[in-house]
Design a protein. Structure first.
Lengths: 373, 338
């Protein structure tokens, strides 16, 4: 980010942190967590230990980080190098990101920025100005992205509570501050699972690695009695709902499934995976040493806050997580995609000098669509 | 407190109670060295031979006359193995004995209607392996986390959690699956018991069979031939980079760790990444040195397992993979000298 932009964004971030201490708290078991932060145009500082909210707020005020992180893991010595930390366990974490959902709407609000000449390219794999292929994708998020991401969160919550027996009170859902949601599971039996075990858990959630035999379809000798029923729990029940829809059609569909045979069923499972598997990022769930964005902190990719969703259905990230100041700022915007913040539409802008509230200016600067005038 | 009968000790001779039982009966090693006990030494040797062939030693547990000799043959087998000190034989023996115990555990679990019979196998699993097994109509249930901690050792797809009945935090299993799940721990437990045994000297009558064990072990030497072909996941990663397409971080990590494990240096590997859309020479070098352990804390990273790569959509399995569990094993062919 250009230095002149850094100055503005830093000031706005500092103001936010100063005014919103009530949103930014250290998580439980604070002394066992590793903290880390980044500043604009600087590398990561991690392996930090923070004792309480006061110490965290002091760090925010003195360092004004672009991003703040905290481990999902618990360690005996969180501030020592990784190999000496003595890992004790980690909350289960899930990341659902609109960019992983392969949504049709994405093409309408994605573009690229040339790393060589900063030109914004709406389409294509080459920069239209300098011809470079080193392009960085930039996206803004739309309402559809958010509602589809929410659907994935709801699917995930169903599996966590019904299949894994996790209490609702042990689950927290956060807006990530950019394009998705972070889900935490605390106080559960699952804290001591290692990376490999979490990978299998992630596969379960994503409906990965399923075999037809699980649904009573064998290579030979299939009978209707082993096929799943809509009243069953877990994946058998969910798949039964996909196959049979309502009960009245069951007899006919059973015949179709049985006559289709093993390989047809196998191909169907693959199709259903797209529909019923939860689209989490498995790498996040598998990572037991991750430092994950801290609740209440700002996301430097957007200037929006990572914030707890108390009412997921009605949560509107473009208003509820847009908490920066609204004084006007003059910027030069080159933003080919329009977006909405606090119920107001911005853009598209074509290399224009505009005056917009700070939150919208920071959003565009963080995305790489604008520079301070 | 469960009162173990002698039949229980025949089935599960590795339990601590076996020692107490033999002490109470007045057995000791010196006494067992007497030529009169030679048949038991032979029985013990036979028990090892059976184990080394990959079979399971069968005990006649209904034969009350011979119960002591069944228990003693297990103990003497351990004495013989420890004296010979050949790890491969100890490994084969403990695995075979674990399989044998597994058989009895399964049988005991299947007697579900008889609660007394169920008590011992459930207690063994709880006390020795900290797995709480409960019953639910026809099935056995264990917690998802207890299941995952064990099932990830298996590579067959039916053991993946997704292919299991999972409800309310529990996984449903048959008796066979329940005991199969703890096979490795049972094996590890018996192995650790053998390792912990300390034998100062052995009776003269045991010596012949101890030297026979050395001969027996020679059979199990393995020759490994290695082909120079890359596994499909590595080929795929190289192709992606060659085309100038983006290979995710996890794919780059796999490629680097694989090639490092095959003896290539960071200098030899770095040019592979040149075509990547976000190539940065300095960053690439830094990361390769870090993975190789030549910078940072010196931790050398190893190639991710096939399971992990499958989860990350980096696996492109072909028949030649032949059940390997890590890409670094691709192309290795083991030939036993039998």
């Amino acid at each position: 980010m250009f230095e002149k932009n850094v100055k503005l964004v830093n000031d706005v971030f500092k103001e936010y942190y100063f005014k919103h201490f009530e949103l930014i708290h250290v998580p439980t078991r604070t002394s066992e967590r590793e903290f880390g932060y980044q500043k604009f145009n600087e590398g990561m500082t991690r392996h930090l230990s923070i004792k309480d909210d006061k110490e965290l707020h002091l760090l925010l005020m003195t360092q004004v980080p672009s991003d703040v992180y905290c481990s999902n893991a618990y360690y005996s010595f969180p501030n020592l190098p990784m190999s000496e930390k003595d890992w004790k366990g980690a909350d289960l974490i899930f990341d659902i990101d609109a960019k992983d959902l392969k949504l049709d709407c994405r093409t309408s609000h994605i573009c690229s920025k040339c790393n060589s000449c900063q030109n914004i390219v709406k389409q294509g794999i080459n920069c239209s100005v300098c011809g470079s292929t080193k392009l960085e994708t930039i996206s803004v998020t739309c309402k559809n992205c958010m509602s589809e991401s929410k659907k994935e969160v709801v699917k995930l919550l169903e599996i966590l509570t019904k299949d894994f027996g996790i209490q609702k009170e042990e689950i927290q859902v956060y807006f990530s501050g950019n394009e998705g949601f972070h889900v935490y599971v605390v106080n559960s039996d699952y804290q001591t699972l290692d990376s490999r075990e979490r990978a299998d858990l992630a596969d379960y959630i994503m409906f990965n690695g399923i075999i037809p035999e699980t649904f009573g379809m064998n290579k030979q000798n299939n009978s209707k009695s082993t096929l799943p029923d809509v009243n069953e729990r877990g994946w058998r029940g969910r798949v039964a709902k996909e196959i049979f829809g309502s009960k009245s059609k069951r007899a006919k569909i059973v015949q179709e499934v049985l006559s289709g045979g093993y390989s047809v069923f196998q191909a169907k499972l693959e199709d259903w995976r797209q529909e019923i598997g939860v689209k989490i990022d498995p790498k996040v769930t598998m990572d037991i040493h991750r430092i994950f964005r801290l609740e209440g902190s700002l996301n430097s990719k957007s200037g929006l806050s990572k914030i707890l969703c108390k009412d997921l259905e009605n949560f509107d990230p473009f208003s509820d997580a847009c908490l920066l100041g609204d004084e006007n700022v003059e910027i030069i915007a080159n933003c080919p995609i329009s977006f909405k913040l606090k119920n107001k539409k911005y853009g598209p802008y074509e290399k224009e000098k505009i005056t917009v509230p700070k939150y919208a200016a920071v959003y565009m600067i963080c995305k790489g669509f604008a520079d301070i005038n | 407190m469960i009162q173990l009968g002698i039949r229980d000790l025949v089935k599960y001779p590795f339990l601590a109670e076996t020692g107490e039982y033999l002490r109470d009966k007045g057995f000791n090693l010196e006494q067992l060295g007497h030529p009169d006990w030679k048949p038991i030494v032979e029985k013990a040797y036979g028990r090892i031979v059976v184990a080394t062939t990959g079979q399971i030693y069968g005990s006649a547990i209904e034969d009350f006359e011979n119960m002591d000799s069944e228990i003693l043959s297990f103990v003497i087998a351990i004495v013989l193995l420890k004296s010979a000190g050949i790890p491969t034989l100890i490994k084969r023996f403990s695995l075979s004995e674990a399989r044998r115990a597994e058989r009895y555990l399964q049988r005991d679990l299947l007697q579900k209607k008889n609660e007394t019979k169920l008590e011992l196998p459930l207690k063994i699993m709880q006390d020795l392996f900290s797995v709480k097994v409960m019953t639910d109509e026809e099935d056995f249930v264990i917690s998802v986390s207890d299941y995952l901690k064990r099932a990830v050792q298996f590579h067959e797809k039916e053991w993946k959690l997704i292919n299991r009945r999972v409800e309310n935090g529990f996984v449903f299993l048959t008796a066979h699956e329940t005991v199969r799940l703890i096979r490795k721990e049972l094996d590890g437990y018996i192995n650790s018991k053998i390792q912990a045994v300390n034998i100062p000297s052995i009776p003269e009558t045991f010596r012949e069979r101890v030297s026979d064990l050395s001969l027996l072990a020679k059979k199990f030497l393995e020759y490994v031939t290695v082909s120079s072909d890359y596994p499909p996941c590595i080929k795929h990663a190289i192709e992606v980079l060659d085309r100038g397409e983006n290979l995710p971080h996890s794919g780059r990590f796999m490629l680097a760790t694989y090639l490092l494990s095959k003896g290539q240096t960071a200098d030899q590997i770095a040019p592979l990444f040149k075509n990547a859309p976000d190539y940065n020479e300095r960053v690439t070098r830094y990361q390769l040195d870090h993975i190789a352990g030549s910078s940072g804390k010196g931790t050398k990273y190893s190639c991710p397992s096939c399971d992990k790569l499958k989860s990350e959509n980096l696996c492109f399995e072909i028949p030649e993979c032949n059940g390997i569990i890590n890409p670094t094993q691709f192309g290795k062919k083991r030939t036993a000298n039998v």
